[in-house]
Ligand binder design. Structure first.
Ligand code: PRP
Ligand code: URA
Length: 212
């Protein structure tokens, strides 16, 4: 795969450990959901390393000091429905007051083209750091279209976070949206002829919600 400056693959041993259970077809729905949440929480810390802070005065038991805090309400999370919803609680562990927008996308199973069917974003999202989340980045069609939808609605500072990425998806998103950093816990080998990631974990939405 080509090198992209704005792509960050975690490859942390503890994340690899957890991802190995996510991939396992014998992992049940409850454990799958918990693993998605835990991995998301860790990735959220890392992906927000450049978050701006504001100075605040704090009185310790000993003296006054200037410390730094994340401004209230400066982050919003936007899951791509449905599977992205499974990552929202993981982000809320780090940013409990983050407002949530929703973008509904499904892939046409024949053409693999994404179709937008829903978009509802919090007021004032234009001024926030927006974390777009979806566990799977396959062809990249859904993420590319969701990023375009966010930009059309005025979002300027957007990060995209996924758990498993295919090289095809990374190339598509990094080429179409070079201004958007991409954070993936794991880079997989390729897509199969049905657009599924190999080795992957199967259909993330079905495994999160027990629909198959
Ligand atoms: C999955 C996944 C992504 C998309 C990735 O959703 O959650 O949104 O596929 O594929 P792409 O990179 O090729 O666009 P799906 O369309 O299966 O919908 P679902 O979440 O409702 O199951
Ligand atoms: N969506 C999924 O849920 N899994 C894949 O492997 C590809 C797209």
């Amino acid at each position: 795969m080509k090198h992209f400056d704005n792509v960050f693959i975690f490859d942390h041993p503890l994340i690899r450990h957890k991802v190995s259970f996510l991939r396992d077809k014998s992992t049940g729905m409850k454990e799958f959901r918990e693993l998605i949440e835990e991995i998301t929480t860790v990735m959220t810390y890392e992906s927000m390393k450049d978050l701006p802070l504001v100075p605040v005065e704090v009185e310790t038991p000993l003296e006054r000091t200037v410390q730094y805090r994340v401004p209230e309400e400066s982050v919003a999370v936007v899951p791509i429905l449905r599977a992205g919803l499974g990552m929202v609680n993981g982000v809320h562990k780090v940013f409990p007051t983050a407002r949530v927008g929703h973008i509904g996308m499904y892939r046409d199973e024949e053409t693999l083209e994404p179709q937008e069917y829903y978009c509802k974003l919090p007021e004032g999202i234009e001024e926030k750091t927006v974390l777009l989340v979806d566990p799977m980045l396959a062809t990249g069609g859904s993420a590319c279209d969701a990023l375009t939808a966010l930009k059309k609605r005025g979002c300027k500072k957007i990060k995209f976070m996924c758990i498993i990425a295919a090289p095809e998806g990374i190339e598509a998103v990094a080429t179409a949206h070079p201004d958007v950093p991409i954070y993936a816990s794991t880079l997989d080998r390729c897509l199969n002829e049905h657009g599924y990631i190999l080795p992957g974990l199967g259909d993330a939405g079905d495994r999160l919600y027990g629909t198959k």
